[in-house]
Ligand binder design. Structure first.
Ligand code: UDP
Length: 326
């Protein structure tokens, strides 16, 4: 019995695969390698295919005895989704439809889903709980919310149970420094900051310093990618025990401003990292901080990297050794 990991060659997917390998799980990966990296996987069967290819996907289900699915495969950039909504709807929704169809036809009834804090849009309250209203402000969040809803109805009709994990800001890398974050183009704050001491950029731009926060810069909740990986393992255990479908936030419950993140990175890298204030980036809420109490209580999940410094140290180990990515 194998676990199918879609998008398993991507950033969070590959760290989750590594975590599951350390747990001796049998794994099969499907990834179209558009954003994923073959090199991020070691000792695991990879099918370089797209979920929209129903025929080949069905063959993977037939060839392996797939007991459960962890579903990462999706386009996941906010800015890109505003420019290319068609591609986001087509890949994220059609891909998920095909996946759920293959699950239904092959009797696979457990799925852990990679969702996002972007489903909340402008938050009604802080910290954000799972009961907060959802109102995405971009096609990325909108498609992720639609994927969650699709799963809800497939559960009701066909008994496919799901756990949706709404991540806040994923960061860090595996402690070995062998795998890490490698996006092209890079848009996320921590890898962009680390490009300065890596010699790839001269300075970091701060997108706005006139928000209603202590130092005027945006506050986010950074969560270590291996803590996200362990949450997927816990979610799988939860479904294997026969529990019903559920939704959980995943964050550290503590926010750091952009300035604070830059300051920590200066400390970790011992580099001055020049910064310059730019205008605000469209669609950025001032503060996004998770309440993960529900995941802690029901999934028995506990983040191990609560300290931002540890997260940046792991990220730096990876970026210092792989300034060009994989
Ligand atoms: N940010 C920034 N400069 C950059 C990239 C990001 O000031 O070059 C800010 C961004 O406005 C946000 C925070 O850093 O407030 C985290 O952004 P990121 O894109 O990493 O994650 P998001 O919160 O958008 O998912």
């Amino acid at each position: 019995m194998a676990i199918l990991v879609t998008g398993g060659a991507g950033y969070i997917g590959s760290h989750t695969v590594k975590y599951l390998q350390e747990r001796d799980e049998e794994i099969v990966v499907v990834d179209n390698l558009k954003n994923g990296h073959r090199e991020a996987l070691d000792g695991v069967k990879l099918y370089p295919i797209d979920l929209r290819n129903q025929e080949v996907l069905d063959r993977v289900f037939k060839e392996h005895s797939i007991s459960s699915v962890i579903h990462f495969a999706a386009n996941s950039l906010v800015g890109e989704s505003m420019e290319h909504p068609f591609e986001y709807y087509h890949n994220n929704l059609y891909g998920t439809m095909n996946l759920l169809k293959a699950m239904k036809e092959n009797g696979t009834c457990k799925i852990v889903f990679s969702s996002t804090a972007a489903v909340y849009g402008e938050p009604e309250e802080t910290p954000i709980t799972e009961n907060c209203g959802t109102d995405p402000t971009n096609p990325y969040g909108e498609t992720k919310l639609a994927m969650e809803k699709m799963m809800k109805w497939f559960d009701q009709a066909y008994g496919i149970r799901y756990v949706s994990l709404r991540y806040f800001n994923a960061a860090g890398a595996h402690y070995t420094g062998l795998i890490g974050e490698a996006h092209d183009p890079e848009t996320h704050l921590i890898p962009l900051i680390l490009q300065v001491p890596s010699g790839k950029r001269e300075k970091i731009f701060i997108f706005g310093d006139n928000y209603d926060t202590n130092d005027g810069t945006c506050i986010r909740d950074y969560i270590h990618v291996m803590d996200l990986a362990s949450a997927h393992g816990k979610a799988l255990d939860y479904l294997r025990k026969g529990n019903s479908s559920n939704i959980f936030n995943l964050g550290n419950g503590r926010g750091y401003s952009v300035m604070e993140v830059i300051e920590k990175a200066r400390k970790v890298t011992e580099h001055p990292i020049p910064a310059e204030v730019e205008k605000r980036r469209a669609g950025d809420p001032a503060v996004l901080v998770a309440s993960s109490e529900k995941a802690k209580k029901i999934l028995d999940w506990e983040p191990r990297y609560e300290d931002l410094q540890m997260i940046i140290e792991d990220a730096w180990r990876w970026h210092r050794n792989h300034p060009k990515g994989y």
